[in-house]
Design a binder for this molecule. Structure first.
Ligand code: SME
Length: 173
């Protein structure tokens, strides 16, 4: 039976100072990678990442995946937090912008992001990262926070590296 990961207890919703957030994420990353070692099932990987990143990134009020289910359409995947929108076209919101461009979207204030989808009125900032498998966008990782400037560039870079290492092509027959 898994015991999750070992990190200092911090109350959900806390916005730690940036250096502490980055240190906490750095401490979690090897543990998350160890938890996922050898796993190739997409849902198992996404569900475990949603769970462990929720535990790590205590500033989040939503943490999870939108999966590409069509040419230009996302559907909600494994997540933690309040109920999210079920489907997001590539044309809409921060997730859509990430899927459309294939680039990480760091949005310090959602109120100044044109077309932001307000699934939860409490959300003030977002970080959305693309997930590629063999150069094809298969999903986005959506992280939302009720704090302004809830995420920083250093977190974005570390999470991009995690996704590149953990979201591997499914090889099982
Ligand atoms: N905030 C996202 C929508 C998804 S939910 O908030 C869970 C966006 O604008 O893309």
């Amino acid at each position: 039976m898994s015991e999750g990961i070992l990190l200092a207890k911090v109350a959900r919703g806390t916005l730690l100072p940036e250096p502490e957030r980055v240190a906490r994420l750095r401490e979690a990353l090897p543990q998350i990678e160890a938890a996922l070692a050898g796993e190739t099932d997409e849902v198992a990987i996404q569900a475990t990442l949603a769970c462990l990143l929720w535990e790590t990134l205590v500033q989040t009020n939503w943490c999870g995946f939108y999966r590409r289910i069509g040419d230009r359409l996302l559907a909600v995947g494994p997540y933690q937090g309040n109920m999210g929108c079920l489907r997001i076209p590539f044309e809409r919101g921060v997730c859509g912008a990430c899927a459309r461009t294939g680039e990480t979207q760091l949005v310090p204030d959602v109120q100044v992001f044109p077309g932001h989808i307000a699934c939860d009125d409490a959300t003030r900032s977002e970080l959305v990262l693309p997930v590629f498998v063999q150069d094809r966008l298969v999903a986005v990782l959506d992280l939302d926070s009720s704090h302004l400037e809830g995420f920083c560039q250093a977190e974005a870079r570390l999470l991009e590296q995690l996704l590149a290492r953990c979201c591997v092509p499914v090889q099982e027959g």
